[in-house]
Design a protein around this ligand. Structure first.
Ligand SMILES: CC(C)(COP(=O)(O)OP(=O)(O)OC[C@H]1O[C@@H](n2cnc3c(N)ncnc32)[C@H](O)[C@@H]1OP(=O)(O)O)[C@@H](O)C(=O)NCCC(=O)NCCS
Length: 172
């Protein structure tokens, strides 16, 4: 894609916990079909957010002028510990606020995450996406992720909807 990175991308630190909490709860509340966790799961005190920021890599996109946090993605490297499976890492929770979508922010965050995972020695990245989620799928496919599996009825939402999930992978 020819769009220049429109934002600053960096790892979150403890000082970002408050903005992260607001963003995370907004994403989970507005998009129950896009995430396995619920807003209730993440209705936690600030200390819990600091712990999560410190545990793995939470990458954020920041508006250069205002410093506002516009998006996040997680690379939970601390969970990739199995001696026979630690060459693979998952990507979780890609989210961009609605007012900043279509600027290439998800692509910029994921490009950062791919480079980070490569520099940490991982050979593969894996993620999951709702089959219906065209904007997310388009972004992942453009970056080279390929579908390797499909799970039917993966999520059942409170409103009765059933979500089929695609598994995607990228060889680094
Ligand atoms: C998915 C999401 C992260 C994308 O963020 P973004 O910063 O707008 O993404 P980008 O600007 O990098 O790219 C979006 C792409 O999707 C495309 N797109 C947007 N709406 C689309 C639609 N309805 N159908 C197909 N493609 C669509 C855009 O055209 C763009 O592709 P292009 O650059 O080739 O034109 C954002 O929409 C979001 O947070 N959604 C809600 C949460 C979510 O679904 N997260 C993913 C969980 S797996």
């Amino acid at each position: 894609m020819s769009k220049a990175p429109p934002v600053n991308i960096r790892r979150l630190g403890p000082d970002d916990a408050s903005a992260f909490r607001v963003l995370r709860l907004r994403g989970l509340t507005d998009h129950p079909d896009a995430f396995t966790s619920t807003a209730k799961d993440w209705d936690l005190p600030l200390e819990a957010y600091i712990e999560r920021i410190e545990a793995g890599h939470v990458i954020g996109a920041f508006e250069p002028a205002s410093g506002e946090l516009l998006g996040h993605v997680f690379l939970p490297t601390h969970l990739a510990t199995g001696i026979k499976t630690r060459h693979k890492c998952e990507v979780w929770s890609v989210y961009v606020v609605p007012e900043a979508r279509g600027r290439g922010i998800a692509e910029a965050m994921l490009t950062h995450v791919i480079a980070l995972a490569r520099s940490l020695g991982f050979s593969w990245l894996k993620l999951q996406v709702g089959e219906h989620n065209a904007p997310a799928r388009q972004t992942y496919e453009r970056l080279g992720f390929e579908v390797y599996g499909r799970e039917e009825d993966y999520l059942r939402l409170p409103d009765g909807r059933s979500i089929n999930e695609l598994m995607m992978q990228l060889r680094l």
